[in-house]
Design a protein around this ligand. Sequence first.
Ligand SMILES: [Zn+2]
Length: 441
Amino acid sequence: MRKQIITLSIAASVGLGTAFIGIPSGTAKAESISELEKKSEEIQNKQADIQSEISQKESQLNEISEEKAQVNADINRIDLAIGDTTAKITEKNQQIDEKNAEITQLNKEIDVLKDRIEARNEVLKDRARSYQESGGLVSYIDVLVGAESFGDFIDRVGAVAVILEADQDILAQHKADKDALEQKQAQLEKDLSDLEAMRAELASLQADLNAQKEEKNKLMTSLLQEEAQVNELKMSLEEQNENLTAQDAAVQKAIELEQQRQAELKRQQEAAAAAASAAASAAAAAAQSSSSAGGGSSAVSTIPVSDGTFTRPAAGTITSGFGFRSFNGGGFHYGVDIAKAGTVPIVAAADGVVSRSYTSSSYGETVMITHIINGQTYTTVYAHMSSRSVGNLATVTKGQVIGYMGNTGDSYGQHLHFELHRGAWNAAKSNAINPVGIVPL
Ligand SMILES: [Zn+2]
């Protein structure tokens, strides 16, 4: 069917200055199959490496997960302690309020008592003064002298003594009451200062717990950041792994097609009939043109397909070349940007097998094509497309439309970001080469 399309050795090329020069068609040998098998093996080895890196990232993620669980448990524990401390502080505040109320009440009682003692003192002083003014003891003696009988005298002596003693007793009792109240007041004040000390201690404990919690929260934030970073690395490795799987599949398909092609060639040779051979060529041409016709020929900005191994992937202006950029922070640009407004079809730069047709967060709508030229694997990348018109493992011919120029992924303005890799694509883009001089641009 389409086996002629994937003829992997390309007709005499133009402008290929390096070892990359395509071999003339029809020179495919069994050797090239073993080369392809070697490529496949290399890809699989690389995949094994990436797989072990992915496992490493996974165990790193597991560690982070465990650490996060631990920090979460710590935060919960600290929260409980903060809740507990807050309850205790509330309780202490209540107790302090109660003590203050007791102290206020007691102060009132002390004031009343003091007033009473003061009043009593005044009475006693007045009485003493009146004794003095009237001759002190004389008055008592007058009282006694005024006795009308011995019995009366005894009563009067008793009365004077009782009066004096009663005065003393009342005074002493008042003093004792006052001392007791003052002692109680001192005790209450001590209780109050103890409570306040406890409250201060709890407040400092709470401040300490809050600081601990803040620290744990910071740790959690940094763990989440680390997790996001590792995840991103893992995803990029997974993308790389998927690309390698796809490229291996593309190489396997190329091997199959090459075997078919060789078998076909052998049949043709055996037939040794010029007419039969011509018919086969016609069939090939028909298949090729019908395949090309599938690609969307009604595009606005088409470009002619060049002779040679490669053709220009899109019409437009080269806005950025391969290499270090003097703008955008001066990073390395692993491809060539071709920009043009309007509907611009993107075509396969050479015959090959689509190793990836997918949406990438950075590349946007992307097609990667694996080419095997003279036993060497090449990968071309077409990024930021508006749409893709070929699927994984589709065989494509040079000049076949694979999608349309767009502005998807990390892109600023409609353009094609085109990369050429000698070998497989990888996330580090270590195989990227300057397409200038190889692809007519
Ligand atoms: Zn670019």
